[in-house]
Design a protein. Structure first.
Length: 236
């Protein structure tokens, strides 16, 4: 299905705007390069002098060229072994910024009665802070293993499993829908990379935000210029 340019830099596919934001009950967000303007794993790698090496794997994974996201993440995290925990604080304080329009869009969703979910293949060190900053209802991400003030190059297994990948993002979206007593058709999923496609496909409305080509080509709404609040041109 071909996309229609609804407004400059704003493309729709298979939907007829305007849509009523209040018809939806849940919005799920990816974090890195969606809610925030960095890929946290790449910025941590910079502290280890390995940013180029790690960023190349990240980019290939986000484009969908590496199909095993879990393996790609384990490879990247292994390269972070020995980085001090202080480096994580520095990345958050000096490098991490919310993307334009994110706060306005989250506020509009909350005002319309939607619950908010952050589901990230990134790390709880950052997602916990972003969740608090945006007052999001739910969050799930990966936990970096730290020993003696430094990263070990591993992640901590959680009660629900090992790593948040595309399949886990979809599972969390569907589980939260079930717990809320809503249909997945009443959920919105927002992402930018290939590992967001499973949850975007499960949701009633998928939004690509400055996304990789494979994601733009499948999303019902693709924001290619401007901030995330441009979604409100379609969602009233």
């Amino acid at each position: 299905m071909t996309a229609t340019e609804f407004a400059p830099g704003l493309f729709t596919r298979g939907i007829t705007p305007p849509l009523a934001l209040a018809d939806f009950k849940l919005v799920a967000f990816d974090m890195d390069s969606t809610l925030i303007d960095i890929e946290c794993v790449d910025e941590i790698a910079a502290a280890a002098g390995r940013k180029a090496e790690v960023a190349a794997i990240t980019e290939a994974a986000m484009r969908g060229e590496i199909t095993d996201y879990k393996d790609s993440l384990r490879r990247r995290v292994a390269l972070l072994a020995g980085v001090s925990e202080q480096a994580l604080h520095d990345v958050y304080a000096q490098r991490l910024k919310l993307n334009p329009g994110v706060e306005a869009f989250v506020l509009a969703c909350r005002a319309a009665g939607l619950k908010t979910l952050l589901v990230s293949g990134g790390f709880t060190f950052f997602s916990d802070k972003v969740r608090a900053r945006l007052q999001l209802d739910f969050a799930r991400a990966n936990v970096l293993d730290v020993a003696n003030g430094a990263l070990t190059g591993r992640m901590v297994d959680r009660p629900w499993g090992d790593i948040v990948d595309g399949a886990e993002k979809r599972r969390v979206l569907l589980e939260v829908c079930e717990l809320m007593g809503i249909s997945p058709a009443q959920a919105i999923a927002v992402g930018d990379g290939a590992n967001d496609l499973p949850m975007m496909a499960a949701a009633g409305l998928s939004i690509a935000f400055h996304a990789k080509p494979a994601v733009r080509e499948q999303a019902m709404l693709s924001i290619e210029q401007g901030g995330m609040d441009r979604a409100l041109e379609v969602l009233r």
